[in-house]
Design a protein around this ligand. Structure first.
Ligand code: LRH
Ligand code: MN
Length: 396
């Protein structure tokens, strides 16, 4: 790789920040149960501590996404503790995730529920999250709505759209300058007939109806099999509605597997759409790159290190695309040369350049090996196994 290319890779890595999900360090499972890991995090302190380990060896994840009901169960009252932990572990609070899907009251939905009292309860919670976001200086609030129905005829889909427009308008009105409302869509699960915010178009229309600080969040696992995700990203960039990503990988549905473990070229194509947009517009897109994964079998910290390193590799490759040549070849419809200009970058082995970047930034050349020899996993296993022994593993 020539010096120019190495410089491009280093510049790209200096820019790329990947936000980690607090819940990715906790014992999670599927509906068939959980396999308890003795070293898993249960407290917000442990989640900050584990995230700090990943940041220490990769240098790329300075923020931690927080799920309010799990990480700030007492709402605003937990802000001072989170601020203390953020200082202690030098990891800033990231996106604030409301939880409007877990409570029993949300059986028939939250903001989309036919019962105005339940809608009020859900909006109240999200407004609390807006206040927490402001108090923590963490501008993004990213609600995901599980709302929907399981059988045809059981809910009025159009009425529920109205409830969302009303609720999201009220929430948007509470946003302070600089705060962003990132609407996450998902086609199904837990609802299996209709989901109120099921795809990018529904999320985009609701965000536009709510107001200028509302944008769309793309969870890569929230698409039907044949959907062209990078085309959705292109549309959202074109509409200036691209707010953020929840990165993961999948073979079938919302599998929440490790980024790039099934289809690394998918993530590369997404990064390419963004880098090409930035080259054409000579702007830096204000996009939150976040991970949303559930590590049911792999060691949770190792899986996160794998994830961040893979994201860095794929982002570096996308940065190597010769945008000038590609634009010309696309204009000329030189199909093979255009495709080879893109694929050529994907096949570049950027790992040696990344290793040099790590050394130059006083980071370990091999993040996984550095973590494995740190003794951290052995220590937290000793400290946490007793507590995790009593965690319920069964689904029912
Ligand atoms: C829903 C989702 C959402 C989170 C949850 C943990 O599938 O992607 O982003 O709140 O996972
Ligand atoms: Mn998600």
């Amino acid at each position: 790789m020539n010096d120019k290319a190495v410089e491009v890779v280093w510049k790209a890595l200096d820019r790329l920040a990947i936000e980690l999900p607090s819940w990715g360090f906790a014992n999670t499972g599927t509906r068939f149960g959980k396999f308890i890991q003795p070293a898993a995090a249960t407290s917000i302190q442990e989640k900050f501590s584990d995230a700090a380990q990943v940041h220490a060896v990769t240098g790329a994840c300075p923020t931690l996404a927080l799920h309010v009901q799990w990480d700030l169960p007492n709402g605003l009252k937990d802000v001072p503790e989170v601020e203390r932990l953020a200082k202690q572990f030098s990891i800033r609070p990231g996106s604030i995730n409301p939880n409007i899907f877990q409570n029993q009251e949300y059986k028939y939905g939250s903001v989309g529920n036919p019962d105005p009292a339940i809608r009020r309860m859900a909006i109240r919670h999200i407004l609390d999250c807006v206040a927490i976001s402001e108090a923590l200086g963490a501008p993004d609030i990213s609600p995901w709505f599980a709302d929907g129905s399981n059988y045809p005829g059981t809910q009025n889909i159009r009425k529920r759209i109205g409830y969302f427009e009303e609720g999201l308008r009220e929430i948007h009105a509470a946003l302070k300058p600089g705060q962003r409302l990132l609407l996450e869509y998902k086609p199904f699960e837990p609802a299996f007939y209709h989901t109120d915010i099921a795809d990018w178009g529904m999320a985009l229309l609701l965000a536009k109806a709510a107001g200028p600080q509302a944008l769309v969040l793309v969870d890569t696992g929230h698409h039907y099999q044949a959907q062209n995700i990078e085309q959705i990203v292109a549309w959202l960039l074109h509409q200036n509605m691209m707010g953020g990503f929840h990165f993961n990988d999948r073979r079938y549905a919302d599998d929440d597997l490790t980024l790039g473990s099934i289809d690394p070229y998918q993530i590369f194509r997404i990064f390419h759409e963004i880098r090409m947009f930035e080259w054409e517009t000579q702007t830096t897109a204000d996009i939150a790159y976040m991970v949303d994964q559930s590590h049911n079998l792999k060691g949770k910290i190792e899986a996160m290190i794998q994830t961040v390193c893979t994201a860095q590799e794929l982002y570096a490759r996308a940065a190597l695309v010769d945008h000038g040549s590609l634009a010309r070849l696309q204009q000329e419809c030189s199909l093979v040369d255009a495709e080879e200009t893109l694929r050529g970058a994907f096949w570049q082995d950027v790992r040696p350049a990344i290793q040099e970047w790590r050394k130059s930034r006083r980071l370990p050349a091999d993040p996984m090996q550095a973590f494995r020899t740190s003794g951290y996993l052995e220590r937290i296993t000793r400290e946490r196994s007793e507590k995790n022994r009593n965690t319920t593993a069964s689904y029912a």
